[in-house]
Design a protein around this ligand. Structure first.
Ligand code: FES
Length: 113
């Protein structure tokens, strides 16, 4: 089976663009599986967050999937096109990666200049 991911891409401050990635998949695979395949095989610059890979423990893979906030590791892939976008109420870093940790919990904090 084939799925097309229509991904809203760009960094903070840039005009966003939608890029499409077609991936082959098997029944039961997740949207996160497809994103990892797309990054491995098609575009290593594709940015998204994940840590636990399908255990639904880290909560880092949240994004908009066809307009709904979902965990990419829990959302099952389907044939046809699926729209992916970053969380709208979080600061955008790049592509699907947003700043999800509260400022006081971040290990890295930009230094003041
Ligand atoms: S990858 Fe950890 S909750 Fe989805």
């Amino acid at each position: 089976m084939k799925a097309t991911l229509a991904i809203k891409r760009g960094a903070a401050g840039e005009t966003p663009r939608v890029e499409k990635f077609e991936v082959e998949f098997e029944s039961g695979q997740s949207v996160l599986d497809a994103l990892r395949m797309a990054r491995r095989d098609l575009d290593p610059t594709l940015a998204f967050r994940f840590a636990c890979i399908n255990a639904n423990a880290c909560k880092e893979c949240m994004m908009l999937i066809d307009g709904e906030v979902e965990y990419a590791c829990k959302a099952k892939l389907r044939e046809g096109e699926t729209a992916l976008a970053p969380l709208p109420k979080k600061a955008l870093l790049r592509d699907l990666a947003t700043e999800i940790a509260p400022p006081e919990e971040r290990l890295f904090r930009p230094t003041k200049s």
